[in-house]
Design a protein around this ligand. Sequence first.
Ligand code: ADP
Ligand code: ASP
Ligand code: MG
Length: 424
Amino acid sequence: MARIVMKFGGTSVADLDRIHNVARHVKREVDHGHEVAVVVSAMAGKTNELVGWVENMPKKAGANTPFYDAREYDTIVASGEQVTSGLLAIALQSMGIDARSWQGWQIPIRTDKAHGAARINEIDGSLLVKRLGNGQVAVVSGFQGVGPDNRIATLGRGGSDTSAVAIAAAVGADRCDIYTDVDGVYTTDPRVDPTARRLARISYEEMLEMASLGAKVLQVRSVELAMVQGVRTFVRSSFDDPEAPGMSDIDNLPGTLICDEDEIVEQQVVTGIAYTKDEAQISLRRVADRPGVAAAIFGPLAEGNINVDMIVQNISEDGSTTDMTFTVPSGDLARALSILNNNKDNLGIDTVQSEAGMVKVSVIGIGMRSHAGVAATAFKALSEKGINIRAITTSEIKISILIDGPYAELAVRTLHSVYGLANQ
Ligand code: ADP
Ligand code: ASP
Ligand code: MG
């Protein structure tokens, strides 16, 4: 007997039929004698709809910011998960299974005060453990907790993955199964490249890079948490027949285990390709080349909550001015430009140029630590397809390349193929 957490994403609970299908998956594990906590997302598309409603509300009178009240945003967007947790509990009860829904505040899942992108600080798992021990299935609403102000706080888009891993850690689960609309983590997004191959295993570190660099199959924080807490996380499909033979035998099922690096026998040099769309590039021309300028530029952007990503600074030709290029999410471009233009004269910037619609494509692999030439291979392959590189950043286990938006798919497929990742 094991204690397991089963998480089901939006497409897996998209309608009542699928919720009944999820209930059959849960029943299978209960029938095996396991203690089960389930974490659910909202129905596919629901959170987008709720966010859209909030964004279309009139702004507070006199407010000159583009923001709405983040506490009310959370009240509204967290409601999608409340519906699916209740529906799944009813579906399970209709199959004769003792089940009860739980909202974040009832457990409680305590978060910090960053409404809309809150981090989980603490989960008291004792109540859940007691109920699980009595044979009751706990159906937990993902994506939400309760902040220090005692109000609902949401965990950022895709946050149900993080709820699931955090619950698994809090109740000391043997593993956390993430059921989604693909049967595992692939070498790249299978929607972009149908030759993508499922990885039987991937290390926490590589998965963290893949997720941070755009592979939205898992939320970044869920992978961080799994790594830190050592939660064995298994990504698998919810569309398999729940009663098919062997469905509880995870060692022999299609899926991807996120695990320690040393549990992976055959390590490849490159493990996967990820991409993020909607990047904007900002170039500052003829910036004064003196100590403190970078701090003066990036300080106000950070205060404005703008995530600056790739930063490239040229060596100054004449020692007096230099050029600086960096990227921000396209949605933040207008705000970033207004902050920069307000400070332009203080900073001695001559010109601010910008362009939206860029894409960052990344090559990820632990094997890069010990292999030279991985970057050169990428540059050559992209040049042969006529794809222009705008900026490059590297770390020990990844290379990220900024290119023009329309080349995204071509670049992903080209890199995926040049490193031999495609299904044979
Ligand atoms: P859920 O609603 O179950 O949380 P998501 O839509 O958040 O599902 O994540 C699953 C999707 O992630 C897949 O449908 C797939 O298109 C996308 N994806 C992106 N990169 C990858 C990858 N490397 N491997 C698998 N899926 C990926
Ligand atoms: N429903 C939330 C979202 O769409 C959380 C999740 O699906 O993980 O972002
Ligand atoms: Mg998701």
